[in-house]
Design a protein around this ligand. Sequence first.
Ligand code: FRU
Length: 490
Amino acid sequence: MALDNRLLRDLASNEKKLWYKEIEKIKNNSSLRQLFHIEAPIGFLGDPNGFSFFQGSWYLFHQWIPRKTKRKMVYWRGLRSKDLVHWESLPYTIDPDTKYDSDGVYSGSAWVDKGKLEFFYTGNVRNNDNEREAYQMRATLSENKISKEIIPAIKEPPHGYTMNFRDPKVWQQNGKNYVVIGAQTKEEKGCAIIYEASANLKKWQFKSVLQPFDHSIGYMWECPNFFELDGHQVFIFCPQGAEEKDLKYETQFPNAVVIGPKWTDNNLEWQLNKPKLSLIDEGFESYAAQIVQVESRTIIVSWMGPNKTILPTEALGWNGCLSLPRELSIQNGKLYQKPVQELKSLYGTKHVINFEQMAKFKTGLTSQFKVSFKGQGQVVWNLRAGNDNLGLLIKADLENNTLEVDRQSVFEKEINDRVKGDTSRKIKLELDNDELELEVWIDHTSFEIFIDQGKYILSGRIFTSEENQNCIFKINGPVEVKGTWHEIKY
Ligand code: FRU
């Protein structure tokens, strides 16, 4: 994959030598570099930001720490794509270079209006006493240059809220502009705050506090998205500190969704009766989802992080990746996610899968499967297995309607020790018919499983050796396995 020339240009000359060395190492380890997932050329990748469609292209930024510094110094790095599949790196970044964002250009969203692409984000500042300050910023792009201004009306959170106040997401509904921001009360309860913005987005006026539950959930909500989808209002957010009684999650923090009736411009009517929180992804790493709505499409991307352990690529100078873009819909009150149809352009040679007891074949490092299991019994499916390595294990039990994913064998022992047994996920499935369909996308260091037409998603990172290219199905009981798989051509 092409490395980022922008990065080389951006680095001060005394740093260049150092990074060249790092980049050399990256070239030599190409099997760990993703093929069709977004990664940073170097440094740490975090939340997706500024996801938008502007003048015929998709734009997608992400939190980026290009160099290790004492403080977490984040930038926005951006990419552009015509098809949501092939991305080119943008020749500019949004840098922490003003007094209002001197300790990080934190997360935020994009806004497309009157031929302009703009970004709203939180400027993170640590003052002389090392206390946090949070400024909501507007950045405008013009001829590959970024100009910034602070939004004067909200130099600080409303009274009663702490400086944990960040990640503005701008959206439009019924002709009005709104902004939702992740927040925390002085009592350390999570919530989000909605502002109504003027047509030119220069004036923001406090509108309401969005906290539709009948009790508090977590201590701080990050990365909110509030939008209408298929006649429902959907709130996607990251309630840090949520308790198991409200939401069962095994990731560090949850990437969560709650679906309600249509919002009527008056938050009091969005007090949900028995609101049900669920996870965007039942897997190992998923956080900070951001959506974009373009015409009738709603597309979501998440950060496949944070990781409970240090990833093997960190020693090589980079870390983190984004999920594949997924198309959202609501069916029977539940959020469905499907890989965007543009990803089909990655399909190379197609192979048919059809057997009754066992099959073993080689797939390479990147592939897409669509397989269905029908009958009563169990299937154990190894992906990216080696000669004496089990690879990723997908275990489907059609009698008990469970799906378990075990990735113990895809980490070096040293990593497994650090993860301390957190290497498997098991979910109970409510299937719509007697067939379990799985769509699985495998890239060099990640897997994404779309279960039952996207009703559940389970994804995560994997780090196997390059030799692990086998796919094995073993069946117990009367189960028919059918489907296809594609080699990926990029
Ligand atoms: C979520 C988050 C955001 C913040 C950003 C800083 O991962 O903590 O709330 O804006 O990361 O990198």
